[in-house]
Design a protein around this ligand. Structure first.
Ligand SMILES: Cc1ncc(COP(=O)(O)O)c(C=O)c1O
Length: 424
């Protein structure tokens, strides 16, 4: 049994009924399918294996930010993945999940001193550097620690990719990466620094990139730059070509991975470097759902609302990016359909999962799933409205594993302190 399927009228995940999960763990709850994660990993790896020779396979560095639960990280590690991180916290997660430090690459536009020091002390594979001030800071910290930092420079290729303007990262106006001119300057500076070893470049043009042409347009900038760097006497042995592979939220036409892999073969492979990739959403997005319960069916003169017990604090994507997520009933799946707005209980009109959505008729207490919530779901959740974070469950071969228990309100309140000047 694999993924999400209906068995005897009830949705199951990897053989476990979502109704049973709700009974045992209540709602809202994040549920992930291990088989979907594996299938996605195998699909990406398979496309690269078909296109590239065995001894030139890319290092697939899972973007921890998309789902940072250590069980998910550990599972991806067991499948062969490496890791991309953006904070000291993610470094600690990666190490706790069993990754070797040399499987970890550190990215991000504002690496903090403590994070740089922790990465150097651990001995990570590389820093993807995004500015000259950051390069200088890494050199300074590496000197203090008596380390050599291996760096690549993130090029801003001025290529627009990404399904939403807030997830497009490769345009000139975006805060990410450095221009081609600055890259040459940075490389030159780096080669004169005692505690830096510059080894190549990286790029990441955005998330939910649907057109292979966007990747191709960005890739096509690389050979000339590598050639020029080599002509200037620099060593270029690593190219990190980022993530951004899309998943299905509605009815999107997916990127042709074989086509993508062929561009890697035609444009990147001849440059004779180590190849690194940073897939996030693609590996985990479709594996996860947010399981929620109908708290009320509310009808006004204008609309019919399904008020569910999950909210924008649990899954912020619809509010933040106007993101579409499919919603399905867990049971009574053949009931007549009706039009609902699906909303959470939070005091914001933006706390809306969908508007004018045709769904099977539901009543108070019915279970629904908000689909494709495995990436940028739980890891972006907050305590807004003093709502505890939902639990996370990983289902593997017919068994549901609690990988993160529900946060209680007491756990939130216990951390807060009323100072003495406030009289009782
Ligand atoms: C540098 C970098 N690499 C990889 C990713 C992963 O992107 P995706 O989840 O779209 O694959 C991101 C996402 O923000 C990123 O910023």
């Amino acid at each position: 049994m694999s993924g999400y399927e209906e068995i005897n009228g009830c949705l199951h995940v990897d053989g476990v009924s979502l109704k049973e999960i709700a009974q045992e763990h209540s709602t809202p709850t994040y549920v992930y399918s291990a088989s979907v994660i594996k299938n996605q990993y195998d699909a990406l790896k398979g496309a690269m294996e078909r296109a590239l020779p065995a001894d030139r396979q890319p290092k697939l560095c899972f973007a921890c930010k998309s789902n940072s639960n250590i069980a998910i990280l550990g599972y991806l590690r067991s499948l062969g993945s490496s890791l991309e991180i953006v904070s000291e916290g993610e470094l600690k997660r990666g190490l706790k999940a069993g990754f070797d430090a040399n499987q970890i690459v550190s990215t991000g536009v504002g690496k903090l001193d403590s994070e740089i020091a922790a990465c150097l002390t651990a001995g990570i594979h590389q820093f993807n550097v995004e500015s000259i001030p950051e390069l200088e800071n890494i050199n300074k910290i590496a000197k203090e620690l008596g380390k050599i930092a291996t760096v690549v420079f993130r090029l801003n290729p001025n290529v627009s990719g990404g399904g939403h303007h807030k997830t497009s990262t490769g345009r000139k106006r975006d805060k990410f990466g450095i221009s081609e001119d600055s890259l040459y300057k940075a490389y030159q500076l780096a080669s004169n620094m005692n505690n830096i070893e510059p080894l190549g470049m990286s790029m990441h043009i955005g998330s939910q990139v649907f057109t292979v042409e966007s990747f191709k347009a960005a890739f096509e900038k690389i050979p000339a730059i590598v050639g020029k760097l080599r002509d200037q006497g620099h060593k270029v042995t690593r190219l990190d070509i980022g993530g951004g592979f899309p998943i299905i939220y509605k009815d999107e036409k997916l990127l042709d991975l074989d086509n993508y892999a062929e561009w890697v073969r035609d444009i990147i492979l001849p440059l004779d470097t180590e190849i690194i990739m940073e897939p996030g959403r693609y590996l985990v997005g479709n594996a996860g759902v947010l399981l929620t319960k109908v708290a009320y069916v509310k009808e006004t003169s204008e609309r019919k609302f399904l008020v569910v017990d999950s909210a924008m604090n649990d899954l912020i994507r619809p509010t933040l990016y106007e993101a579409y997520h499919d919603i399905e009933a867990v049971e009574n799946r053949n009931a007549p359909k009706t039009i609902y707005d699906v909303v959470g209980p939070i005091c914001e009109t933006g706390d809306t999962f969908s508007t004018d959505r045709e769904l099977t008729e539901m009543k108070r207490g019915d279970l629904t799933i908000i689909k494709s919530a495995g990436a940028y779901g739980y890891c972006m959740a907050s305590n807004y409205n003093t709502r505890g974070l939902p639990p996370e469950i990983l289902v593997h071969e017919g068994k549901a594993h609690l990988i993160n228990p529900r946060q209680t309100v007491e756990e939130i309140l216990d951390k807060e302190v009323i100072p003495d000047f406030i009289k009782a």
